[in-house]
Design a protein around this ligand. Sequence first.
Ligand code: SF4
Length: 342
Amino acid sequence: MSPQIPIISVDGVTKRFAFPHSLARRLSGKPPLAVHALNDVNLQVYRGETLGIVGESGCGKSTLARCMVRLLDPDGGAVRFEGRDIAELKSSERRGFNRRVQMIFQDPYSSLNPRMTVSQIIGEALSVHKMRPKEQIAARITELLELVRLPGDAAARYPHEFSGGQRQRIGIARALAVEPDVIVADELVSALDVSVQAQVVNLLLQLQEQLRLTVVFVAHDLRLVRHISHRVAVMYLGQVMEISPSEALFTSPRHPYSKALLDAAPELDPAYRNRNVATRGELPSPVDLPPGCPFAGRCPYVFDRCRTERPLLTPRGNAQFAACHLTSFGAEDQPVTHERPL
Ligand code: SF4
């Protein structure tokens, strides 16, 4: 695969969530406090690729995913789909966008209507977007259930009759019903048992290849992200710290935070667990961001410039990009090996 054409571009996107304006701040003429969830995020998703987005809880990855499908509108910058700013789509174009870019949510227990059978859930998606004539809908539902490897009798049953992994398959079938170009999967398997996670992720991997889908896979589990992604974006405090091809990120990270995240990642096999966690210090408050590099307070390589000047994403060779004032931070001298397969 040689992904070249961006299907989604995130251009300088910012998103803030304001707290209620307190009386004290109002009286003193100060604006309401706000969480800076996304701060000038730039990335491209190429047609046919799987882009993993990783980072610690609260780094903004789910907010970014919601901006990509326009569940949230950015405060600044733009999300473009095939070059068009999705905030400027007319209502008829918006319907087309909503069909072509589908989101699968984290919680399979709450994202399916408990009062509808699987057939009704998938049939509704087919009908709303007029994907098939009425007489062909039942056959298409059977096809979709086969595609996600659910038994034929699943159509007549209700969501509560299925396991968590099976419910996530129903969610995938519902998303595929409208024949999307892009699937945005937000923590798709994090609510599932470890034993089931790999099955659902492998299914998504196969469907991505079979249907030539573009997938944005948002997760905090680095093993899953490595397994499924062609490229990975590492986020920290609402910013992209590194974007690299998956294998390059895991064998030769170009940002100190990426390296810290990899070093701290729990391994299933304790023999491979790295106890020298490189991340130190406190995570800065997203309400009061530091002026320079957001990782400066925790970075073992910090120097004066880091505290005043925000680094931008710049090329590092091997199709890697990193937002760091150092072009080398010792990764070459201290090669990391995170080569545990899923
Ligand atoms: Fe560390 Fe400075 Fe690079 Fe930030 S810019 S990651 S503080 S070396």
